[in-house]
Design a protein around this ligand. Structure first.
Ligand code: NDP
Ligand code: OXD
Length: 308
C-alpha cells in the first residue's frame, strides 16, 4: 500500500481524498497536519509546509497538484527526489480563454469603454484590425505555446519569447536574454506565462516596461513574484503602460490595502485564469504512483536543473 500525503500550509487538500481513492482504491491517504503524512512515500502538494520533505524519510515522489512547482520546491531540501506537475489540455484551453478575454479587453478597447461608462460618456473608441495588435507571449510551453498557436487564427500578430529557439507557424519567436529586448520592442499586449525561477523572478519590471512601445498593456498569469508591483503602478501612472490584467500576486489573497485594487486601468482577478479539474489532478497523481511502483518513467517530471 502506498501512502499519499496531501500537503499544504495554506489550504486543506482533503477534497482530493475521494478522487484519489476513485483513481486507485488501494491508496492510503493522509492530510496535513495528520502526523501520518510523515510516513508517506508520495507528497501531493500546493504551497508545501516549510522543511516538510526532510521530515519524510520514506518520501520517493513530490507531486505538485498544479502546473507550477515553485511553491512546492521553494526553500525545500528535495534530496534529489523527482518532482512532477500537472499537464492537462483542458488547463491549456482555460488559459487560452482567459488570455483571449484579456487581449480583447485591450485590442477592442473595452478598457476605454468601461472608463467612459464610469464617466457616463458616450465615446466610441476607434476599432482596429487584429493584425494591428501584436500579442507577445513570455513563455511558449504547455500554456504559452498553445495560445501562440491559436491567436494567429484570429488574425492577431503574435510573437513569443522562450529560453530556447523553435519554429511555430505564423509566430515570430525570440529566445534567450539576447532576444528579450527585440521581442519587447514590438509587443502591444505582453502576456506572462513563465514559470517562477531565479531567472524569471522580478522580470516584469520598469526596464521591461520601458522596452515596450508606449501605451502597451500587460496580462500577467505567471506568478506574483514575476512582477515588481511598484514598477507596474509607476508605469501605469506615467502612461507608459495603458493597463493590465493581473491574475497572480506575491501575496494571495491580495490584501485589501494593496494599491493594485484601485489602480486605473488595472483589472485584478483572483488567480483564476485556469485550473485543472480535480479529478484530472487526482488521476495524474495516481498514474504516477503506479509508475513509481513498477519503476516506469514518471509523467510530467520537472527538470530541476532548469527549475521548471
Ligand atoms: P512550461 O514549463 O510548459 O513552459 C514554460 C515556458 O517558459 C517554456 O517555453 C520555457 O522556455 C519558458 N521559460 C522558462 N524560463 C525561461 C527564461 N529564463 N527565459 C525565457 N523563457 C523561459 O510551463 P506551463 O506553460 O505549463 O506553465 C507556465 C506557468 O504558468 C506555470 O509555471 C505557472 O506559474 C503559471 N500558471 C498560472 C495559472 C493561473 O491560473 N494563473 C495556472 C497554471 C499555470 P523553453 O520552452 O525554451 O524551455
Ligand atoms: C498552476 C496554478 O500552476 O494554478 O496550475 O497556478
Amino acid at each position: 500500500m502506498t501512502t499519499v500525503a496531501l500537503l499544504s500550509r495554506s489550504a486543506n487538500l482533503d477534497f482530493l481524498r475521494p478522487l484519489l481513492l476513485a483513481a486507485d482504491p488501494t491508496l492510503d491517504i493522509a492530510t496535513w497536519p495528520d502526523p501520518r503524512c510523515l510516513d508517506a512515500e508520495v507528497a501531493a502538494c500546493w504551497q508545501s509546509p516549510p522543511g516538510i520533505y526532510e521530515r519524510m524519510p520514506n518520501l520517493r515522489l513530490v507531486h505538485s497538484i498544479a502546473a507550477g512547482v515553485d511553491n512546492v520546491v521553494a526553500g525545500q531540501d528535495l534530496r534529489g527526489l523527482p518532482v512532477c506537475r500537472v499537464v492537462d489540455p483542458l488547463l491549456a484551453d482555460g488559459m487560452l480563454q482567459f488570455v483571449l478575454w484579456g487581449v480583447l479587453h485591450f485590442h477592442r478597447k473595452i478598457d476605454q469603454a468601461m472608463a467612459s461608462q464610469r464617466a457616463r460618456e458616450w465615446k466610441r473608441p476607434l476599432q482596429t484590425p487584429a493584425s494591428s495588435c501584436n500579442v507577445g507571449l513570455m513563455g511558449l510551453g504547455e500554456l504559452g505555446g498553445h495560445i501562440a498557436s491559436f491567436l494567429p487564427r484570429l488574425g492577431y500578430t503574435v510573437s513569443g519569447w522562450a529560453r530556447s529557439a523553435r519554429e511555430i507557424p505564423d509566430v515570430e519567436v525570440f529566445s534567450g536574454e539576447e532576444g528579450f529586448e527585440p521581442f519587447l520592442s514590438q509587443v502591444d499586449v505582453l502576456v506572462c506565462l513563465l514559470p517562477l525561477t531565479p531567472q524569471t523572478r522580478g522580470i516584469l519590471n520598469a526596464r521591461t516596461f520601458a522596452a515596450m512601445p508606449e501605451g502597451g498593456a500587460l496580462i500577467h498569469c505567471g506568478r506574483g513574484e514575476h512582477l515588481v508591483e511598484a514598477d507596474l503602478l509607476a508605469a501605469i501612472d506615467s502612461g507608459r503602460l495603458r493597463g493590465a490584467v493581473i491574475d497572480v500576486f506575491e501575496q494571495e489573497p491580495l490584501p485589501p490595502d494593496n494599491p493594485l485594487w484601485n489602480a486605473p486601468g488595472v483589472v485584478v482577478t483572483p488567480h483564476m485564469a485556469t485550473m485543472a479539474a480535480f479529478d484530472v489532478v487526482a488521476s495524474q497523481i495516481a498514474r504516477n504512483v503506479a509508475q513509481l511502483r513498477t519503476g516506469e518513467p514518471l509523467f510530467n517530471q520537472v527538470d530541476m536543473a532548469r527549475g521548471y
